[in-house]
Ligand binder design. Structure first.
Ligand code: 9RB
Ligand code: ZN
Length: 371
């Protein structure tokens, strides 16, 4: 078995998220400026530092990200979206991804191209067999970015760019996107909703963000009907709910689809310490989810599994969630214990509750339309 690939670039830690906490500073609404925006890059830089300090990085094959080309972006985004990002990136104070609450600084276009390029590199090295699987710790994230606009801190849809590259350049026929970020993967749904060549599965806290999408009834359209699969979960779910959703919906759906590649939109904002959602996952819960996907990839996609970093806003806890996932993918144990487990484990979330089981059982019937 060959080595696992890992992508990080210093510039991923230099994104400029402005001086707001979530909303921009304003003396009208009295939203004070603050040092760290919820999406401040320090959270992901700290994850990289834990991968390094734990020694895990010595077991990984570091892959250099090259910036994506404009053509790579235009496979999934409109020219107008690309051109606007490029133009606003040249402004002294940068611009916004598209929803007015996703600021980026001067030169942000360059980092966003490097994030999309990192996703492409990870997919290319896995498909070419240079590495067994890969984790791309990229930033800014991508899974909320739609064909014609950025959203929710996402500029270009890194996962969609990588899936389209795998299909159009590497010649793969079927790509499955499994989005375990706590927020709805609306971007891939918007971009690939009309095709069966991408199976897009999102497990997320019901109506958290975007608050008006991610419902079970959203199933794709035309040839793509049935190949968008949404599993909204009630707030408060932990490993009990997530593992049941994976065992009874996600894994059967991917098994039925038999993809050539599995791409994971890997956000850690379902964690119990995250400020932007209300789920209760801990690092060992994420470890268990990726274990399931590593085993499933070995069964259906020749082991081809690529995780792309999405959300995750606890600078304290995201590093431990990321370490657990990458250890599990690499098949390496650094012996690093998640020091927060004793404290966080006492707060609950491990047991599947009846209302969670009911919500998930409503989604499992959707698998029958996947062939
Ligand atoms: C809309 C809107 N309107 N306003 C005023 C605000 C401040 C709005 N955005 N809130 C947000 C934006 C992004 C997220 C999560 C992103 C993520 O991690 N995805 O994976 C959550 C809430
Ligand atoms: Zn998220």
């Amino acid at each position: 078995t060959s080595t696992m690939g890992y992508i990080w670039n210093t510039l991923y830690g230099w994104t400029d998220t402005g001086s707001g906490g979530l909303l921009p500073p304003s003396t009208d609404s009295l939203t004070q400026p603050i040092g760290h925006h919820v999406a401040h890059p320090d959270t992901k830089r700290r994850m990289h530092e834990l991968i390094s300090a734990s020694g895990l990085i010595d077991s990984l094959k570091q892959i250099d990200a090259a910036p994506a080309a404009e053509a790579d972006i235009l496979r999934v985004h409109d020219q107008s979206h690309y051109d606007r990002i490029l133009a606003e990136s040249a402004l002294p104070k940068g611009g916004d991804a598209g929803d007015g609450v996703s600021p980026f600084g001067h030169g942000g276009h360059r980092i966003a191209m490097l994030a999309a390029g990192g996703a492409i590199e990870a997919v290319r090295t896995v498909v070419e067999g240079q590495v067994s699987n890969a984790y791309a710790l990229i930033n800014p994230p991508g899974h909320h970015a739609e064909r014609s606009t950025g959203r929710g801190f996402c500029t270009f849809n890194n996962g969609a760019v990588a899936a389209a590259y795998a299909r159009d350049v590497l010649g793969l026929k079927r790509v499955a996107i499994v989005d375990w970020d706590v927020h709805h993967g609306n971007g891939a749904q918007d971009i690939f909703g009309g095709t069966a060549e991408v199976l897009n599965i999102s497990v997320h806290q019901d109506r958290c963000f975007p608050s008006d999408s991610g419902f079970r009834e959203e199933r794709g359209h035309g040839e793509g009907f049935g190949y968008t699969l949404n599993v909204p979960l009630p707030p408060g779910g932990g490993s009990g709910a997530y593992e049941y959703a994976f065992d009874t919906v996600v894994l059967p759906a991917v098994r039925a689809y038999k993809p050539d590649l599995i791409i994971v939109a890997s956000g850690f904002d379902a964690s119990i310490m995250d400020p932007l959602a209300r789920m209760m996952m801990r690092s060992e819960g994420f470890r268990s989810l990726v274990r399931k996907l590593v085993d499933l990839a070995a069964e259906v996609s020749q082991g081809r599994l690529v995780c792309l970093q999405e959300g995750g806003y606890s600078p304290i806890y995201v590093p431990f969630c990321g370490l657990a996932v990458i250890e599990e993918m690499a098949g390496v144990s650094t012996g690093t214990q998640d020091a927060y487990t004793p404290i966080l484990g006492a707060m609950g979330g491990d047991k599947l509750l009846e209302h969670e089981r009911e919500a998930i059982d409503l989604a499992s019937v959707l698998v029958s339309d996947i062939h």
